[in-house]
Design a protein around this ligand. Structure first.
Ligand code: PLP
Length: 436
């Protein structure tokens, strides 16, 4: 047991602090697919930490890169001075990004990447003489981080209801449709029609007032919502026809989670901007980024009437340690062909996951790439109680999953073996069947 005193000094994020402090779960070290707890138990990680350690924890070349860079220079000013690793990482990113993406702007998290992209959208429209375009459209149930722009375009009500003064936005309907698509393997065939809601919003509010649409290609945090066939292509078509920028929030789907470098590649869509974070550094050091098309970059840079073209940035944008981790991470993805590994594991993962179909209270199972979710009906104690109890039961049996309401979300690291997938599914099956 670790000897932790004064637990309430620490205020944990997105955690029921009062309950947690009575029975904390503490990790003290990690290796690959496993965390070691303060009780000296090895916990199998079925969620890549928080969807970020795509190559598992303590990946050797990333550890070395961080060590080397911390001895050389751990900070260099972000504004008006640069260091070589910023350029190197930007070029590595462009080497795996969709072809029309040519520019990288660094932030420190997914939330900051989203704020940066929203500002870029507004700045771009203003710069090209479309200053009336100030609205941004999001989607119900979406998660775009926790800053004010992100929660405004986001659609998870718990993340908004404690706050006022959100940015004015409108939301398209959620794409999850269990009535029509329950237990679909991969992308649902029904539901592309939901993209037409964007046209309805344009007809109501006027294209000339709308700057951008932001969507998660696969919604992660709300409980893994897979887009219906054709849905994202139609959203893109409507945006292009109406001069509206399309932002793909790929904080979860970026870096191979779906078996392609980005979800944009998987779905054959060319968003104007891609926000990413998490797998960018394999979770080894905080970093986010906006990947922008030339149209967006040149629109802002070439039309600027002030020397600084974009009044935005963070002290730690392009932080040397994060750049070192990012370069090592992308090199590992490329050299070890990890995106192809995800694609080749997808079917095994799908079949194992769907073997849970007959478990107690399971009402849907969804999957794509190396992501999956098992949705359960709520029990009489209220929404989310069954999901949380299953999470705790899994943890008791040394499996880390993620519960979102009554949905158990899974996203193992790309180094996961078939045996480990079987183990994940087996522990989860027992937990689902045990929890009433
Ligand atoms: C799609 C999406 N956008 C943004 C974020 C926020 O990222 P961060 O927690 O790094 O701020 C997340 C986090 O899960 C996410 O899934």
């Amino acid at each position: 047991m670790s000897n932790i005193k004064n637990m309430t000094t620490l205020w944990k994020p997105f955690t029921p602090n009062r309950e947690f402090n009575k029975n904390p779960r503490i990790f003290t070290s990690s290796d690959g697919m496993y965390y070691t707890s303060d009780k000296n138990e090895n916990v199998l990680d079925a969620v890549s930490g928080l969807w970020c350690c795509n190559l598992g924890n303590n990946y050797k070349s990333i550890v070395s890169a961080l060590k080397d860079q911390s001895e050389k220079m751990y900070y260099s000013p972000a504004f008006q001075v640069a260091h070589p690793l910023e350029y190197e990482l930007a070029n590595e990113l462009i080497s795996i990004a969709p072809k029309h993406i040519k520019h990288v702007f660094f932030a420190n998290s997914g939330s900051e990447a989203v704020e940066s992209a929203l500002k870029m959208a507004l700045a771009y429209q203003k710069a090209i003489g479309q200053g009336s375009r100030t609205l941004v459209i999001g989607r119900e149930s979406a998660y775009h981080g926790v800053n004010f722009g992100g929660i405004s375009v986001g659609g998870l009500v718990n993340n908004k209801r404690q706050y006022n003064n959100l940015i004015k936005t409108f939301h398209m309907p959620c794409i999850l449709d269990i009535d029509k698509n329950a237990f679909t393997k991969g992308m649902p065939k029904n539901g592309a029609i939901k993209a037409e809601a964007l046209l309805a919003l344009i007809n109501t509010h006027g294209a000339e007032n709308i700057a951008a649409v932001i969507v998660e290609p696969v919604a992660g945090s709300a409980g893994v919502h897979i887009p219906p066939v054709g849905y994202l292509n139609r959203i893109s078509q409507i945006c292009k026809a109406n001069g509206i920028l399309l932002i793909f929030d790929e904080v979860i789907t970026g870096f191979g989670r779906l078996g392609t470098p980005f979800a944009a590649d998987k779905f054959g869509v060319e968003p104007d901007m891609i926000t990413c974070a998490k797998g960018l550094t394999n979770g080894a050091s905080p970093m986010g980024a906006v990947l922008a098309s030339s149209q967006v970059y040149e629109g802002i840079i070439n039309n600027s009437k002030t020397p600084i073209e974009f009044f935005h940035g963070y002290t730690y944008s392009g932080h040397p340690l994060s750049c070192a981790a990012g370069i090592a991470t992308i090199k590992a993805y490329k050299e070890e062909k990890f995106f192809e590994k995800v694609a080749s594991m997808e079917e095994f993962w799908q079949e194992e996951l769907h073997s849970l179909k007959d478990c107690a209270n399971v009402i849907d199972i969804r999957n794509l790439g190396l992501v999956g979710a098992v949705q359960l009906s709520s029990n009489t104690k209220g929404p989310g109680i069954r999901g949380n109890d299953i999470y705790l039961e899994c943890f008791k049996n040394n499996l880390l999953v993620r519960a979102t309401g009554d949905i158990i979300a899974l996203s193992p690291a790309y180094i996961v073996s078939k045996d480990e997938i079987k183990q994940i599914v087996s522990i989860l099956r027992d937990a689902i069947n045990k929890v009433a």
